[in-house]
Design a binder for this molecule. Sequence first.
Ligand SMILES: [Zn+2]
Length: 128
Amino acid sequence: MEDKELYRIAEKAFENAYAPYSNFKVGAALLAADGSVFTGVNVENSTYGATICAERAAVAKAVSEGAREFSKIAVASSGGGAWPCGICRQFMYEFSPDLRVITGDDEEHLQAHSLNKLLWKGFRLEQK
Ligand SMILES: [Zn+2]
């Protein structure tokens, strides 16, 4: 799947974000090795600390459905491009250190980096 197509799915996903506190809506579209796409949105909470990001929501949804290997994730937000936070980088690294991470202000201005670059020497058990 092309980066642009995955990004468009992430863009559509953020419409469902629950972000009454920040008003910063984020959507993620995660492409699994088998071609399945799992979306996620940020889900904020009145305690703030219980908030979950769109990327982790997508990974949790995918893992819940049995997926374990991922090739790409696209992230879109109501504020334009949004790189994953540190917690999400580690969360994704658990499954796919070589994950291609894509974001940008719109589909014509996408940037992509390998998760290995965004989380250099991330922590991971070797038996995946
Ligand atoms: Zn995050």
